[in-house]
Ligand binder design. Structure first.
Ligand SMILES: [Co+2]
Length: 418
């Protein structure tokens, strides 16, 4: 999920048809996945084994989750390191082991969900099908299939709405009820989804395309994101990361339908730090040189994400809104009963986590439109409309969550896919 700076707000148009797409119908299998540790070998008999996905704990009975990819900080950061300092680093890191383990748990779920869906996304699928596939798989691994039956629905589960943003839409599109958008062969789709365990959110995204003419666009953005990850570190200035990202992104060209484009960063989209239950922790990681001398700090979690485009390099808010979140609870509840009830439901089920309208439908709040719009107008809830470059342009995104340990960084959401 991205952090947008200064994107214009445009009036939303809400057109909704009555047709609902049933939730929870996507069948997911894990034929090539590891079976839960300790499960019986008897199941091997069948050629086509269809192992049902269950909660992640069943695959890791010891409760220790795999580490991400480790990466050293810049050499100069470590040059004057002494043995004593190293000991202190390790001590500090050890004290946070339980915390890191929970983040890794969410990351392992993210990897498994995307492994499960990557091969299944194909032209002709409706976006609602893709969203259901990703979200239902996440719900199974996190053991959060029915929020209405959970004591604390914010304790684990989906981290934020599944972004399925196509072509010039760079971010913050997910289908609302009745959406009939179908993914086409010629589309470029950003898949941005989140998993959270005890408020530790993993935010990671990749881009799906079928036509090889977009390959350079995707490569440019993947390399730009990798550069951002390489440059990240304790005491590193955010503008310097943006500058490095920009340089790599702009070194690529892509030819689409006979026309050559220089790849540009979407300059008003940013990565961000992540705080407990808050996808945007307050710091923005630019993808251009922007002069922000704020520094990254030890112990912080960052979503490093970059967006490349063949368009103008500037996104604006456009189209029907699906993403919402509240910033805090520090307010008096509204007096209007329907509005008050919706806000209480949002508090209980999402807290400060972003949610989308489908998630309200799913917990029985399917007649929420008027009350939700009121809450937005009154400032209780923030809306996050789709962020869009110029018509006819193509945008791509790659994103990882990284952890700034005292002595090295961990690309915790790294997988063998990206
Ligand atoms: Co993000």
């Amino acid at each position: 999920m991205s952090d947008a700076t200064e994107a214009n707000k445009v009036e939303k148009t809400k057109t909704e048809t009555a047709e609902a797409v049933p939730q929870g119908t996507a069948k997911t299998t894990e034929s090539n996945e590891a079976k839960p540790e300790g499960s019986s070998d008897k199941k091997k008999k069948k050629k086509k084994k269809r192992t049902n996905i269950s909660k992640i704990e069943n695959y890791f009975p010891k409760g220790i989750y795999p580490e991400g990819e480790w990466m050293d900080y810049h050499q100069d950061f470590n040059l004057d390191r002494t043995t004593d300092e190293e000991k202190r680093y390790l001590q500090r890191d050890l004290e946070n082991q339980d915390h890191w383990n929970e983040v890794r748990k969410a990351a392992e779920i993210h990897r498994r969900v995307r492994k499960n869906v990557e091969g299944k996304i194909h032209p002709g699928m409706r976006l609602t099908e893709i969203a259901d596939l990703i979200e239902n798989t996440t719900r199974k691994y996190t053991d959060a299939e029915d929020l209405t039956k959970m004591e604390d629905p914010t304790s684990r589960g989906i981290g934020f709405p599944t972004g399925l943003s196509i072509n010039e839409i760079a971010a913050h599109f997910t289908p609302n009820k009745g959406d009939k958008t179908v993914l086409r062969y010629e589309d470029v789709m950003k898949v941005d989804f989140g998993v959270q365990v005890n408020g530790n959110i993993i935010d990671s995204a990749w881009t799906v395309s079928f036509d090889p003419q977009y390959d350079n666009l995707l490569t440019a953005v993947r390399e730009a994101t990798n550069t951002g990850i390489k440059e990240a570190g304790i005491d590193v200035r955010l503008t310097d990361i943006g500058e490095a990202i920009q340089e790599v992104m702009e070194s690529y060209e892509v030819e689409i339908n006979g026309e050559t484009y220089g790849v540009k960063p979407c300059r008003n989209l940013c990565g961000h730090n992540i705080a407990p239950w808050r996808i945007h922790g307050g710091k923005s990681v630019p993808i251009v040189k922007n002069g922000d001398i704020t520094k990254m700090e030890e112990g912080e979690h960052f979503a490093i994400e970059t967006f490349g485009t063949t368009g103008s390099g500037y996104v604006t808010s456009e189209g029907e809104c699906s993403h919402y979140a509240q910033q805090d609870y520090d307010y008096e509840l509204p007096s209007l009963p329907s509005t008050k009830k919706l806000l209480q439901t949002i508090n209980k089920n999402f807290g400060t986590l972003p949610f989308c309208r489908r998630y309200l439908d799913r917990i029985g709040e399917d007649d929420h439109e008027i009350a939700l719009n009121y809450l937005v107008k009154q400032g209780y809830i923030q809306d996050y409309p789709p962020l869009v470059d110029i018509p006819g342009s193509y945008t791509a995104q790659y994103e990882h969550t990284i952890l700034l340990h005292p002595n090295k960084k961990e690309i915790v959401s790294k997988g063998d896919d990206y």
